[in-house]
Design a binder for this molecule. Sequence first.
Ligand SMILES: NC(=O)c1ccc[n+]([C@@H]2O[C@H](COP(=O)([O-])OP(=O)(O)OC[C@H]3O[C@@H](n4cnc5c(N)ncnc54)[C@H](OP(=O)(O)O)[C@@H]3O)[C@@H](O)[C@H]2O)c1
Length: 341
Amino acid sequence: MLRTTQRRITLLRSHLYTNHRSYSTTQHSKMTAVTPTATFTLNNGHTIPAVGLGTWQSKPGEVGEAVLAAIDAGYTHIDGAYVYGNEKEIGEALKKAFTSGKIKRENLFYTSKLWNTFHQPSKVSEAITKTLSDLQLDYLDLYLIHWPVSFQPGSDLFPKDKDGKVITDPTDIVDTWKELEKLVDAGKVRSIGVSNADVATLKKVIDNARIKPVINQVELHPYLPQPALLEYAKKENVLLTAYSPLGSGKDHSPLKEQVIVDIAKKHGKDPGQILLSWAVQRGTVVIPKSVKAERIASNRKIEKLSEEEIAQINGIKERVRIVDPKEFWGLDLFKGDTADK
Ligand SMILES: NC(=O)c1ccc[n+]([C@@H]2O[C@H](COP(=O)([O-])OP(=O)(O)OC[C@H]3O[C@@H](n4cnc5c(N)ncnc54)[C@H](OP(=O)(O)O)[C@@H]3O)[C@@H](O)[C@H]2O)c1
């Protein structure tokens, strides 16, 4: 009964938002103005701060300080994952922040991700229990299926065969999804979503979902804007979160692109702030990673760009996928769809 009522409410909300949606690539009807406190409304009615702190490759001994610096700078959104191996330290930092009154739990949006070795339905509750315990939290705001591929379960998070190829497992993403839905029912997570899903995978989950995914977290920046995926997600009222929005520390990065550097000069901003402003203005959540307090603070200071500036950034022709499992797992998950121009 409760589930039926919840589903009706979700459907009603989804219907309401669908009817008020804008399809423009630079506007999003559920988005507030492009400012540091910008938020998006998810398809289940919860809100998510548009800018969050990324924590991948934030080392032990650094990540806790980074989280506290972010909260001091006004962030209310942290993006983490079990596989980043740093959630215990994040949990300690959050405990400090709650105890000292820097932020209340209900004002923080925390995302974590189910790792590939926990896709089998019987493994999902083990994964969320560990994650909540590491973070010292009672619930997550958002739990994502990190990759649309299942690995052989076990203590090795990257199981490989004798030829060095990752060992996959046949679990279907829909079976994993059904377990995530149960976590919502149990109050362990408020919202659920996917990550690294292409259009076909996102459609498969949506078509088989009792609770629709709220977010698909994917690589997005001017060198990989993925307009077809963005258009499809907007049509389905699923938000995209842009990961590696600053080029993930690579030398060949959109941070150095002349168009971005020129717009930054004009605005008296740095290139990072322009990339992040563009990301939010096109209707995507953005999660820049830094462990440097100064950059953490500046990355949040996004502002509205002109339509002409947005068009100039959209006109960048370079295409690069930075995070490609073809290179590190030998799995061609995106089937060359860097070509999604
Ligand atoms: N779902 C997934 O599969 C997935 C995959 C990748 C990433 N993510 C998430 O997305 C987050 C962000 O992506 P990312 O970590 O790959 O890369 P990113 O945020 O694009 O870039 C981070 C790199 O840029 C540097 N940096 C930060 N701010 C800067 C600025 N204003 N100017 C110049 N350089 C700056 C950082 O160095 P310092 O730390 O030294 O400042 C770091 O080297 C991750 O941390 C993670 O939470 C998710």
